[in-house]
Design a protein around this ligand. Structure first.
Ligand code: SAM
Ligand code: SF4
Length: 326
């Protein structure tokens, strides 16, 4: 069991396959000339396999592939094939562009669900947010997942003045589409020019939805980061991830592996623990993993524990989101 000093056990591993991406979402990857990590410094296929197996032996039963964009990695198919053989619930977070190319791998690895990031239902705004023109392909890939009965969630990072006017449009989208739309409060990371007044809080989101829709909360599990709601008459539902206004650290069961093989015990942790170098040196990495998890801070990496309105993004020590693996 991978337990921390506050008694939380960790059975959910998020593995970033790459910090490379075919989009340039401004809130995630701020610089156009961002240097991607060279392939040799990334965990290789066998290394991912070895690390994943070790985590599974010690209680991990859910693995999420993320990035960067996990499906731009050339050997993603092989990685998925290997992880699909483990006794875990396999999931992925993707911008959706390469779902059509990866569909057979997704189906054969028996993915439990796929989260697709889509912050707007308008192609011109998609271009502004992501700096790339892939809106139609993402929309048709959402249809493709639904046609194949793959459980699909849509991640929407809400930002005031950017897409807060589309909250009800996304709820409307759930009327005839069996998806969960997950509104994510905008979070601060190195270089993303976050300010607290851009955050749409859970309270504000619910107030807007209540002006047009009848909805009710769905049961919530102890480890759930998203609070889900059903909307009467809709096939799909919606959820809110209130990291900033109502953090959910007490039930946290997540750990992260960056694409270059560093263990992060929290999305907001300053500290990282290198697993790849000792793995390559054939050291016993289990004690290193235990100690890294044991030292996890009680809340938000020990860095954000003020009211979110008071957070100064510039003093947070972290990577950019694309480089952590969301
Ligand atoms: N490329 C994939 C994608 O976009 O889904 C996976 C990686 S992305 C970093 C993972 C998730 O983090 C996405 O849903 C993205 O919208 C979210 N994200 C990125 N930057 C964020 C921020 N500043 N605040 C909140 N969520 C963010
Ligand atoms: Fe790429 Fe995903 Fe970050 Fe957008 S949110 S830049 S798609 S990693």
């Amino acid at each position: 069991m991978l337990t921390d000093q506050f008694g939380r056990t960790h059975n959910y591993l998020r593995i970033s396959l790459t910090d490379n991406c075919n989009l340039r979402c401004f809130y995630c990857m701020p610089e156009e000339n961002y240097d991607f990590t060279p392939h040799s410094k990334l965990m290789q296929v066998e290394e991912i396999d070895t690390l994943a197996k070790l985590f599974v032996q010690h209680g991990v039963n859910k693995i999420r592939l993320t990035g960067g964009e996990p499906f731009v990695r050339k050997d993603a198919a092989k990685i998925i094939h290997n992880l699909g053989k483990l006794p875990v619930q396999l999931t992925g977070t993707t911008n959706g562009i390469r779902i059509d190319d990866m569909l057979s791998e997704i189906v054969s690895a028996d993915f439990h669900s796929i989260n697709i990031s889509l912050d707007t239902l308008h192609s011109d705004k998609f271009l502004k947010i992501t700096r790339r023109n892939y809106f139609d392909r993402v929309m048709s890939n959402i249809d493709l997942l639904l046609t194949h009965n793959i459980k699909t969630k849509i991640n929407v990072v809400l930002m005031k003045g950017i897409n807060d006017d589309e909250i009800c449009d996304f709820i409307e989208f759930t009327k005839n589409n069996n998806v969960e739309v997950r509104f994510i409060e905008f979070m601060p990371f190195t270089g993303n020019r976050w300010t607290s007044n851009q955050v749409m809080t859970q309270k504000e989101i619910l107030e807007i939805i209540a002006t047009k829709y009848d909805f009710k909360p769905l049961p919530i599990g102890i480890h759930d980061t998203a609070k889900s709601f059903s909307v009467s008459g809709h096939q799909g539902n919606f959820a809110i991830i209130s990291t900033m206004s109502e953090p959910f650290c007490s039930g946290c069961n997540r750990i992260r592996l960056t694409a270059d093989g560093k263990l992060k015990n929290c999305l907001f942790s300053k500290k990282e623990t290198d697993l790849l170098t000792p793995l390559r040196e054939k050291q016993d990495i289990l004690p290193i993993i235990h100690s890294a998890i044991w030292s996890k801070a009680k809340t938000q990496g020990g860095q954000l524990n003020e009211k979110f309105e008071k957070i100064e993004a510039s003093v947070i020590q972290n990577r950019s989101m694309i480089n952590i693996g969301g």
